[in-house]
Write a protein that binds this ligand. Structure first.
Ligand code: BTN
Length: 256
């Protein structure tokens, strides 16, 4: 079923919700609206993306009317040094919105992959445009099946709860959660978000991980985050590596 955009608009008063039954990706459309001067909190949402964008140039599987594919235009009063922590905040917000709408508890894999039972249920892509931040959030809501390359590493809210879930309710929970975590970062500083991340992510400390970093593969045990929000991994020889970017996976998990 198509998204009930009237339901969403009624529950997000004062927000612009730009809806597309089908689009290549919500990211360029949100960038276009930001460039045209739209207000913060503007959301672009689609029932289907024909060229969904993931991190590191990957594609984002965007099956029609199954997932939530949304880009939110934000304008937080933050300097660029806060961006890594903003990425964490967006993961926390997405996990909170899922919990509010479905009662499902999530884990967060640094920096912001949202997992349920060790499988990815939501991913976040952050793009900067002038003074705007565009948060692209993809949530697997009602996928009954995922393509073979994702089946072992991804899941959906429906698969995890055993029943269909309302994309509208997840979207209605998402925007306030994103705004509230951004506010927490602006008013409480990076430490407030880092503390939340420690509470909500099993990946922050004591997890054996493999990281596909830009300069090679790093394996070790996670040893917290530095004050900027980067991940510290202690390798078996005792040396510590700071991970600025890269795909992280649990060392016992399948590749993906
Ligand atoms: C990731 O690789 O984990 C990030 C995935 C982000 C997907 C979302 S879906 C809405 C928005 N539009 C896109 O094309 N990508 C993001």
């Amino acid at each position: 079923m198509a998204l009930d955009v009237d339901y969403v608009r009624k529950r997000l008063p004062g927000r612009v919700v730009s809806y597309f039954p089908r689009i290549d990706s919500t990211m360029p459309e949100a960038a276009r609206l930001a460039a045209a001067g739209c207000g913060p909190g503007t959301i672009v949402v689609a029932d289907e993306q024909t060229a969904g964008q993931g991190r590191y140039g990957r594609y984002w599987h965007s099956e029609a009317e199954s997932g939530l594919y949304a880009s939110i235009v934000l304008r937080p009063a933050l300097s660029s040094s806060s961006l890594p922590v903003l990425m964490l905040a967006l993961g926390l917000a997405t996990a909170e919105a899922i919990a509010r709408a479905t009662n499902l508890g999530c884990d967060i894999r640094w920096p912001n992959d949202v997992l349920i039972n060790d499988k990815k249920v939501a991913g976040i892509l952050v793009q900067l445009q002038d003074r705007f931040v565009i948060a692209g959030i993809g949530i697997n809501v009602n996928h009954a099946e995922l393509p073979p390359d994702l089946a072992g590493i991804a899941t959906s809210l429906r698969a995890e709860s055993g029943k269909p879930q309302s994309r509208e309710q997840v979207l209605v929970a998402l925007l306030p959660a994103v705004e509230s975590f951004c506010r927490m970062l602006v008013t409480g500083g990076k430490e407030a978000i880092l503390n939340m991340f420690y509470r909500c992510s099993s990946y922050a400390r004591g997890k054996r991980v493999i990281v596909e970093a830009v300069d090679g593969v790093v394996e070790g045990i996670t040893a917290g985050l530095d004050p900027s929000g980067f991940l510290i991994v202690e390798q078996d020889d005792g040396t510590k590596r700071l991970i600025l970017a890269g795909g992280v996976r649990a060392a016992d998990a399948r590749r993906g």
